[in-house]
Design a protein around this ligand. Structure first.
Ligand SMILES: Cc1cc2nc3c(=O)[nH]c(=O)nc-3n(C[C@H](O)[C@H](O)[C@H](O)COP(=O)(O)O)c2cc1C
Length: 209
């Protein structure tokens, strides 16, 4: 049995109960990635980009997922085309990343996207963001509903590329790689950080995945 009174945590800590009748996620910070999801609009020509922080690889095979909503053009586009792209922006692209969540005009246009340079994807119909450090092209696999107003969009990665400066190499110095090519982190809600300092994880002896 742990040596502590139930609900009081360790000495010096005071757990504050959070009412779970409403969302708890703005009462503290958590670390998340920040990506740009690319899709093709209904006219079949224009592209859309939208930032997502609830996003990650799904398992150890080449699947990627992100949380979305049926209200977002991103989901409607991915559902219709069966494809989407993912770009991982660098910290210096934080303003571009925010611009991707700009408002739409009455005709449905999102003019802020014009400020985000892109290039064509190779395996799927779509675009990737220039100067990002990692690019994924995905075929839609599944949209899982049932999380309040949110959905989980899952894709199979059918093409991927990493900027040479961000690519891990055999016996390379990972700490130096991240110092020279820092990562962008989203500190939800509403803050971001550039990660350039890192340490090796202290794996247990004989740890196996
Ligand atoms: C920093 C940031 C992170 C976001 N993360 C998510 C997310 O994880 N999931 C989501 O559904 N929306 C997220 N959004 C909101 C949408 O991506 C955003 O409202 C977008 O403009 C929707 O555009 P669309 O209708 O063109 O798809 C985020 C917005 C910002 C600014």
């Amino acid at each position: 049995m742990p040596d502590q009174t139930e609900g009081q945590g360790t000495p010096g800590q005071r757990p504050v109960p959070l009412p779970v009748g409403s969302p708890i996620w703005t009462s503290f910070f958590t670390v998340a990635p920040l990506i740009l999801v690319g899709t093709i609009e209904p006219d079949g020509e224009e592209h859309n980009l939208a930032p997502k922080h609830m996003a990650m690889p799904l398992g150890w095979s080449n699947h990627f997922c992100f949380v979305c909503s049926p209200r977002h053009a991103t989901q409607q586009n991915a559902q219709r085309t069966g494809e989407f792209t993912v770009s991982f922006p660098r910290p210096e692209q934080i303003v571009e990343t925010s611009l991707a969540a700009g408002p739409r005009e009455s005709d449905g246009e999102k003019p802020s996207l014009e400020a985000i340079p892109v290039f064509a994807a190779s395996e799927v119909e779509g675009v990737l963001v220039r100067d990002a450090y990692l690019w994924l092209e995905c075929r839609l696999e599944q949209i899982v509903e049932g999380f309040g107003e949110n959905t989980l969009i899952i894709g199979e990665v059918v093409a991927a590329a990493v900027d040479e400066r961000s690519m891990r190499v055999y016996e390379g110095d990972d700490a130096e790689l991240l110092a020279e090519s820092p990562l962008l982190a989203y500190l939800s809600p509403g803050r971001f950080a550039e990660i350039s300092e890192s340490n090796s994880f202290p794996f247990h002896t004989d740890f196996r995945l």
